[in-house]
Design a binder for this molecule. Structure first.
Ligand code: ARG
Ligand code: ASP
Length: 726
């Protein structure tokens, strides 16, 4: 799913001499930096891994890292053929599949399979990035910094040095992109250099009844039976370099691709996940955890419950609306459900109390050291931050979700940009007008394609009424109070916005010229967005930003303190959408007393759930026929009960996060055994606290992928490209 890079931080990311990592971390917790994997390789090998650190990450020879990509800006993918075939999740390719879909060609419902290369569909805007190398650049980034500088001066040094480093690194070749990332709250800096490909074509996707089987009912839940995969192909210019879409481009030849393992999955098997986890906060203090689990998560859940109910009502009434809102609905539902699991998990584990106990021990140890005052300082900063942070998050989840007003603001910005290009000659003015019209038409096309006003209006009423109830009067913006006084109620206000705004009529929007600024800026939808945004940017955001900065700074100290406090512990940096290795084993778990969940699911479970009456469980007829005929070909297995069946999903103890979706699940020999796509309900708090008893990642068995391609889709020509491990 989409990762918010700029986290709305109660605590944000931002070097000590790091503790040597040769000690074991607790069980399978940890997301390790591949370039430092030699520090973990002994432990990995002890647990069954049969390859070396150089096989995982090397800058001298092709290694597994060269077969892993950042897919878009929020998922992972892996190369599985010498001709650039790429595997990721169905939910990661969902936006692209949806964009190519219409009521006539509903690839979401029916699936899509390119039967030849020229049927593969280009996807504007989609990129995949290979990591060329990563490097500890702390020394260079802090070059010129001295301890007597202010934090602001430090920031300037970091920024200037990062800029220079990025420029230097990206001048080395074509399609290079670099970032410098702060690890451990800025105790350490790493350079990540990527090669980014931008001609990525859709090759295949199963019908949603397979790729999204179980839908949001089963999302974040084990046992699971979702065939969550889609297939793309990377295209390059004739020299194998990145190039934007061209019919002349050719399939990319990878440095490395995964061989496919058909060996099967057994409890206890070693696995590792290689991918891009987005964001974790494992080292924050109890106050931060309390805010998340007791304040923030519950409020956001309630707001989304309202919106989801409204979306469902209209989606159930119309197939067209279902397609329009499928992608939006999935992303609203996804975090909504995760937050419930997360806050529940934190409460069940007693993480706030456990962190408090840890902090008491830390405080005792810290007495008389430079770390002595950190925790009380953090505590009072948190107290000051809470009401502002709450308002900020509430804004994002309420006023910030009104589609019409976001679009109105977008058009208003486009107008301003267009007018800002002062044009001297008539010819220049004409060409500026033409390019504005084109830009507007493109934006309108993509907005109206997926816009259904009744959903937006009802959601507006629901979230703004909640805003009125949940935000204290002292925090409410004047524009909110004025509007209620003027229109009598939120729904009266909605009647004006959705009844009078020109943005509800695409014809009127398409007739706008860059000179129509007054009409746009006085429009009720634009005014709503502008006034609310004005309140947010002047009254709320700056306070959050200032306090969060101070909190991050203290976390830099606290992080270093924790490392000194526990010199025997192996620390790993919080996830920040950079490449990581997580390893563990295939293993079931006990979610509750008297219950044990097996680590594998099979086609039997799909048939148990199959029900044409239930949208989420209505499988394709073809799958029923195959099941009836037991026509499984080479994909058949015998399960623990003696059934001849087909494997579907499995779980393991790898520490993953959002962004790890689509990650390769790799066996002890470095071959592909599955695709990561989710976590189990009882373990969704793992971004904050990892519990080895409950935290499991959910993987799609590669054999189910092959079975679907071969038997259900009839696209077995794709299998000819793949290489199977002996
Ligand atoms: N829970 C998984 C992850 O966070 C899969 C999400 C798929 N989306 C959905 N709404 N079912 O992204
Ligand atoms: N489903 C998530 C993703 O899209 C993975 C997770 O959160 O476990 O990245």
């Amino acid at each position: 799913m989409e990762i918010k890079r700029l986290r709305l931080i109660m605590a944000t990311a931002a070097l000590p001499v790091l503790a040597s990592a040769s000690f074991t971390a607790s069980a399978d917790e940890g997301m390790w930096l591949p370039s430092l994997i030699s520090e973990r390789i002994g432990d990995m090998q002890e647990k069954g891994f049969r390859l070396s650190a150089e096989d995982i990450y090397s800058i001298n020879q092709a290694s597994l890292k060269d077969a892993v990509v950042l897919f878009g800006r929020g998922c992972t993918g892996e190369v599985i053929s010498p001709e650039g075939l790429l595997l990721t999740n169905h939910h990661c390719g969902y936006g692209q599949i949806q964009k190519h879909s219409s009521v006539e060609h509903d690839y979401l419902r029916d699936g899509f399979w390119a039967m030849s290369r020229n049927e593969e569909l280009p996807n504007e805007g989609l990129t995949v990035s290979f990591l060329e190398r990563m490097e500890d650049v702390t020394g260079r980034i802090l070059d010129g910094y001295s301890a007597d500088m202010t934090e602001q001066q430090r920031d300037s040094v970091v920024k200037a040095n990062s800029g220079a480093l990025i420029e230097e690194a990206t001048s080395e070749g074509k399609g290079l992109r670099a970032t410098v990332e702060a690890l451990y709250y800025g105790n350490q800096y790493f350079l990540f250099l990527y090669r980014e490909y931008s001609d990525i074509r859709l090759v295949g996707a199963p019908p949603s009844a397979v790729g999204k089987f179980g839908g949001d009912t089963d999302n974040w839940i084990w046992p699971r039976h979702t065939g969550d995969f889609s297939i793309f192909r990377i295209y390059a210019d004739k020299d194998n370099n990145p190039a934007s879409y061209s019919p002349d481009n050719v399939p990319y030849t990878p440095k490395k691709f995964f061989r496919i393992s058909l060996e099967g999955v057994h409890e206890g098997d070693f696995t590792f996940i290689y991918g891009f986890p987005g964001s974790t906060r494992e080292y924050i203090m109890s106050e931060g955890v309390r805010y998340i689990s007791e304040v923030s998560d519950p409020a956001k859940i309630a707001l989304r419950t309202e919106r989801l109910g409204i979306q469902k009502k209209y989606m159930d009434q119309s197939q067209a609306v279902r397609i329009q809102y499928s992608s939006k609905n999935a992303s609203v539902a996804n975090a909504w459900k995760k937050w419930q699991g997360e806050s529940g998990g934190i409460r069940r584990l007693g993480t706030v109390a456990a962190k408090k106990a840890y902090e008491a021990r830390f405080a005792e140890w810290a007495e008389g050291t430079v770390y002595e005052n950190i925790l009380p300082q953090l505590d009072s900063l948190y107290e000051a931050l809470e009401p502002y942070m709450f308002a900020l998050e509430y804004y994002t989840e309420s006023a910030g979700t009104v589609e019409l007003s976001s679009f109105a603001m977008k058009v208003s910005r486009m107008m301003k940009d267009s007018l800002a290009d002062t044009c001297a000659t008539q010819q220049q003015r004409d060409s500026a007008a033409a390019s504005f019209a084109m830009e507007l038409a493109a934006a309108a096309r993509s907005f109206y394609k997926d816009y259904y006003m009744p959903i937006d209006k009802e959601s507006f009423i629901a979230v703004m009424e909640s805003f009125g109830r949940d935000i204290s009067d002292g925090f409410k913006p004047q524009c909110f109070k004025d509007a209620l006084a003027k229109y009598g109620s939120v729904s009266g206000w909605a009647d004006v916005i959705f009844g009078e705004s020109l943005f509800t009529d695409s014809t009127r929007v398409l007739a706008l010229t860059a000179a129509d600024t007054a009409a746009v800026s006085n429009d009720p939808a634009t005014r709503f967005a502008r006034e609310f945004r004005g309140w947010y940017t002047t009254d709320i955001y700056p306070v959050c930003q200032r306090l969060n900065r101070e909190i991050t700074l203290l976390y830099r100290e606290y992080m270093r303190g924790q490392m000194e406090f526990e010199p025997g512990k192996a620390f790993y940096p919080d996830a920040n959408l950079t490449l990581r290795v997580a390893y563990g084993k295939v293993m079931g778990y006990s979610p509750a007393d008297g219950v044990y969940y097996e680590p594998q699911s099979t086609l039997e479970g799909i048939m148990e759930k199959d029900n044409p009456e239930i949208f989420d469980y209505n499988i394709p007829q073809r799958l029923r026929d195959i099941y009836a005929a037991k026509d499984y070909g080479r994909w058949a297995i015998t399960d623990s009960k003696g059934n001849t069946t087909v494997p579907v999903c499995f779980i393991a103890t790898n520490h993953t996060s959002g962004g790890n979706s689509g990650s390769p699940v790799i066996n002890a020999d470095g071959d592909l055994m599955g695709i990561n796509f989710d976590r189990v309900w009882e373990g969704t708090m793992s971004d904050i606290v990892f519990d080895p008893d409950y935290c499991r990642n959910i993987c799609l068995d590669i054999r189910y992928v092959l079975f679907i391609i071969d038997k259900v889709a009839g696209a077995d020509h794709l299998l000819d490209e793949m290489v199977f491990a002996e």
